[in-house]
Ligand binder design. Structure first.
Ligand code: SAH
Length: 231
């Protein structure tokens, strides 16, 4: 009797799906939003954003907007992801901390432009899912853990860049402390929960310098150096 070799189903090649909407998104980032760093544009082209949104919303994954994910949280608008990544001015040697991994999309984008990525998410289910998506895409230089990111992650410090994807009332001091001299922290800061200014902090020999990069709207940063609890 002949033996039939088992058929192993191949996992779908995510990079081929939605290639046209993804290319359109990259063109919009470059031509309309003026994202200039070619490594950031390449990362936005490489990461399959639709893999990070709920299945029912996949068709809208490449639109010019944020989308809901589970646990009442959101995946940030493509422009915000690209802009924050660009503001960090990373290179292939950079060590980066991300706070608020959410879906893991920003994590995946950062993993393409940096050497090593440490990501924190306070909601355990989201952290688990983000880590699993990252692995499924074959990304091995990023780790997602569940705890309060406003404390930073001292064990891997100092960092070349820190990105905070949720808005708090002020700049969490531990994050500035965990930056290298010359390192950059990009963080939304606002006195009200609903809206913030995007702030870039650059650590200097003597202290730090702050720049304002315009208005933005993120979900609240909740923790010891953020807002106190969910509303
Ligand atoms: N960059 C994400 C955006 C997620 S929204 C994406 O592209 O999908 C912001 C996330 O920050 C939420 O998932 C929220 O749970 C998380 N968050 C809020 N406060 C936090 C904290 N103190 N530490 C870690 N994560 C936090």
């Amino acid at each position: 009797m002949e033996t039939v070799p088992p058929i192993t189903p191949k996992p779908p090649d995510m990079s081929q799906e939605y290639a046209i909407p993804r290319e359109r998104m990259v063109a919009r980032l470059r031509d309309y939003y003026r994202i200039q760093d070619p490594r950031v544009l390449e990362a936005m082209r490489a990461v399959p954003r639709h893999f990070f949104v709920p299945e029912a919303l996949r068709g809208r994954a490449y639109g010019d907007h944020a989308l809901p994910i589970s646990a009442n949280q959101t995946i940030s608008q493509p422009y915000i992801v690209a802009r924050m990544t660009e503001l960090l001015e990373l290179d292939e040697n950079s060590r980066v901390l991300e706070i608020g991994a959410g879906s893991g999309y920003q994590t995946a984008v950062l993993s393409k432009v940096a050497a090593q990525l440490y990501a924190i998410e306070r909601i355990a289910d989201l952290a688990r899912q983000a880590q699993s998506r990252i692995r499924q895409l074959g990304i091995y230089n990023a780790t997602v853990k569940c705890f309060d990111g406003t404390l930073g992650w001292a064990a891997n410090a100092p960092y070349d860049g820190i990105l905070v994807a949720a808005g708090g009332p002020n700049i969490p001091a531990p994050l500035v402390a965990q930056l290298k001299v010359g390192g950059k922290l990009v963080v939304p800061v606002g006195a009200a929960r609903e809206s913030q200014q995007l702030v870039r902090v650059i650590k200097t020999e003597k202290g730090s310098r702050e720049e304002d990069h315009g208005p933005c709207a993120f979900v609240p940063l909740i923790g010891q150096h953020g807002w106190k609890e969910d509303k």
